[in-house]
Design a protein. Sequence first.
Length: 403
Amino acid sequence: MRVGGKGTGVSGYLTGESRRIAQLETQAAAVLSVFARSGYARVDPPILQPAGVFLDRSGEEIRRRTFLLTDPAGRELCLRPELTIPVCRLHLERAGNFPARISYHGPAFRMRSTTPDSSAQFLQTGVEYLGAPDRETADAEVLSLAIGAVRAAGLEHFSVQIGDASLFPCLIDAIAIRTPLRERLKRHFRRPESFERLLRRLGSSEPQAAEAWFAKVAKAEDPDARAALSGLLGLLGGASSRETFAGRTRDEIIDRLMEQAAESASLRLAPESLAVIESALSIGGPAGKSLADLARLLKQHHIALDGPLDAMAQRLAVLSKLGLAGEQVGFAPRFGRNLDDYTGFIFEIRAAGADGPLQVAGGGRYDTLLKLLGASGDIPAVGCAIRDERLLAACGFEKGERA
C-alpha cells in the first residue's frame, strides 16, 4: 500500500505536522538553553500524579479541568495539569538540596476550555528556583529568565503584567476591619465574582435575609434568642437537649448559632474602609503611573505599605534594565493568577495572536507550597512556566505582521 501517493492528501498533512513538531522542538531547545546557561538542571517528573494535591491546592479553573482516574488499588490519580507541583514533589522525594535551580519541559493535560487555543494536551517549559534566601534577587532572576527565554524563541513584541499576591492582604490588615471580616475578604479575593458579591453585600445598608434574621436574634434578649433558636431546631427534629445533631447537642448548637448571630450583626464595612478598598482595586494601567496612584491613595488615608511598594519599584527597575518600560509594563493591585499557592510576586507575559491576546508565560512566588507537599517548613520558591504552543503562535503571528 502506498502512503502519501498522489491525491491522498496524506503527505501534505504529514509535512505540516512534521514542520510544527520541528518548530516546537527547536523553540524548546532555545528556551532550555537559556535556562541551562543560568545553571538550571532539567528534570522530567511523572505524568501520572496523586490527584489530591492538585484538587486541594490548584486554582478553581485548574481543578475543574483536571483529568482524574483511579488505579486498581483504588487510589485517585490525575494527569498532571501543570508541572510546578510535580517538580517540587520530585525534588522532595529525592531529598534534593536547597537552593535548587530546576528546569523542565513536557506535556500537561487539562480538559478543553472555551478559549480559541484550548487543547486537552499542551507543552510547558519552565523553571523553579527553590530555597533561595534572597527573595528579591530570586524574583528578578526568574523574571529575567522568562523574558530572555521568549526572546530566544524569537518573540520581540510583548508586554509584562506584574502584581503581588501579598499586596491585598497587607492592605486589608492595614485597615481597621474586624478580624472575621478581614479573613473573609482575603479568602474571597482570588475569586473575582465571589469577591464582588461579598463587597456589595458588606457595603449595603440592607442585609441579606439570613443576615437580617441573625441580626434580629443578636438584638434579642438572651433567653428569647435561645428560645427562638431552640424552636427552630425542634422543627428539624428531636426534643431533648441531650439529643445530638451531627455529633453536637442542641445546647451546643444554640451556643454556636448565638456566636454566629453576634458576628453577623457586626460584619459590615465602614464606608471609609469600603472606599479605600474600591479605590485601590480600581487602579490599573502602565506600572509607573499605577504604582504612583496607589502610593498617593495610601498616603491620603495614612496607610503604610512601604515594603510591598518598594519591592514593586525594584521589579520595575529590573524590567527597565531589560528594555521594558512604559506601556509595555502593566500593574494593578487587583491582578492575580489562577492558582491558590502564590504568596508574593506574580507576573504574566502577553503577546498578540491571530485570535487576540495570548498569555505566553506566567509565574510567581509560592513560599508555602513545599511545606504542604511534605517539607519540614516553609521554603522560599519562585518559578515560571511558558506555554509552548502559545509562544509559537505568537512568534508566527508576529512574523506574519512583518511580512
